[in-house]
Ligand binder design. Sequence first.
Ligand code: ADP
Ligand code: MG
Length: 680
Amino acid sequence: MAELYGGIRFIKGIGEQRAKNLEKLGIKTLYDLISYFPRDYEDRSQTTALTNVIDGEYFSVSAIVATTPQNHLVRRGMELLKFDITDGTARCGVTFFNQSYLKSQIRKGETYRFYGKFSRSGNFITLNSPIFEKEGKELEMVGRIMPVYRLTAGISQKILVRAIRQGLDAISDGLPETIPESTRRKYGLIDVVAAYNLIHDPKSEEDIVRARTRLIFEELFVLSCALQQRKYAGTSQPGFKLQPRDPRDFYVKLPFEPTDAQKRVVSEAFADMSSGKVMNRLVQGDVGSGKTAVAAACCWFTACAGLQSAFMAPTEILAEQHYATLSRMLEPFGIRCSLLTGHMTKKQKNEVYESLKSGETDVVIGTHALLSEGVEFRYLGLVVADEQHRFGVRQRTELAQKGDDPHVLIMSATPIPRTLALIIYGELDVSVIDQLPPGRQKIDTFAVKEDMRERINKFIARLVGEGRQVYIICPAIDENEMMYFAAVESYYKNLSENVFPNLRVACLHGRMKAAEKEEIMRAFKDGETDILVSTTVIEVGVDVPNAALIVVENADRFGLSQLHQLRGRVGRGEHKSYCVLFNQSDTQESAQRLAALCKLSDGFKISEVDLTMRGPGDFFGSRQSGLPATKLAELSCDTNTLYAAQEEAKLLFESDPELKKFENRALAEKIRQFDDAMLN
Ligand code: ADP
Ligand code: MG
């Protein structure tokens, strides 16, 4: 019997060259081949009477060849093969171009099945280059629902159909079941052999649905199991076992009472760190939910155990902001904090390096500078990464490697539905701060059209007159980055010269040097500018409590979650704050989306709306979503299946955590294959 994960050269018609071509489609093994699912189907199962064919549409007809096929040389390099067919209801002229060799395959008086696109003008019917097969034997390419595969040079539909059929025949008895029987019964899923056969060779629409349902479940189930397994491996790794402590000892010196959600997340993190296993936890919380205090509690817990913490922020401004906040929270306990950024002089840096090495500094807050070679710790016990989507997994790991398997806490302000979080952050445990501190004002949000321009400009001027500051965001209007920056600059020029010549307007975008950006941001933070025109670079948690209005141009081009993030830049102080969304699109869909944002203030609810309306690819704007590629499943549409698959994966791992049971061996193998593919 053929080897499921073995090569496909044993298949008749697959030689060296075709095998190479198939590799371009991602087909290397027999499993790849039979998992190469059709992108569509063509129903060639029904025949139509010739008299009923419609101009410009595809039909299957069963007809007799009525005239002897004749070759006609039209000009050099263009030879036609022509003959007529009839089925008794009408007559049709058939033409092939430069395929004169077909002449010997088509005989007058014989009946064939023809499939192709018909042309018709009254009773004058023609058909060019149809697919055809002789009636009377089993039909291969016509007379059935045909799978349509994505192709590449040198690989035709026919080659794929034949190769996949042979592949299925070679393996069909040995195709192992990957979904436990109890699960299949619970969700009414057909078995693996039926599914693979029907997806490639359905007899009806229903067959396609049944096969797809089963295979989508399988795909999401394998994905869920792979993540379960990774998580199991991650959480079973030994780590520093910290002495349990009552977090109230920390809370008493905080300037505020933590919310219940903050307390819960702190307890979850403390439990991880006292368990003897390494912590790998993601804390998700809406903007302003108070993630910093949670991180500070963890640094305190770590320092109490005599270990050091490293807190990594994506920009210098954020590092400075966190340094100020953490120092205020931690120094009352005698915990020593230091700041490390690329900006500092060599001498300053060396001092920090020294104090980290000697253990004099307990908590270091910094940028990527923390990854520099000079940074060595005495006892690194905890790594905190803020706004993690700006860091790759690699950088997080790099920092962790400066210690001996320290605990890791990641904080993300991009709320995403739990199911997706489980996929994107795979091996991490997820905590959610699902509550804002009391007394937060709602940010009044308005979606407006161009006709409100005048009024909004007056509103901006009024707020600035009251001493407030304003953000204006321009979206990526063009794929081309250069064009985008140019557009932002000319917007800025117009605004500062023509609209608000008397106000202090600044401009910030991604093409500026890091130092220049930091300087402009700092000036805005210090109140030296009134209006900041910017690209989305200000998205991440910079705190300017005096900013009370954010205006977003072309808001229809953003994802809702991203808009929600942007909106979180205001309302950080005591001032009543506003968000104005210019909707430059006329579609009903964008009006609906923006209306949802005006109504909702809970980041998680917003992310669910976003997910159903736009799909996961858009979640982080143009940034990579981090989601694995799936063949059939759509992670945004098949969420119910995803929930079910995750639930079943969990149950399975509870009963067989290492997939050692005989009946789970095929699944274990498939997960291994999946993992290999994901890591590549
Ligand atoms: P984020 O989750 O966006 O990082 P921060 O940690 O920056 O939020 O907190 C936002 C603001 O809320 C800060 O000014 C912080 O001092 C304040 N804050 C945090 N927790 C509480 C609380 N429980 N009660 C009152 N204010 C709080
Ligand atoms: Mg923050």
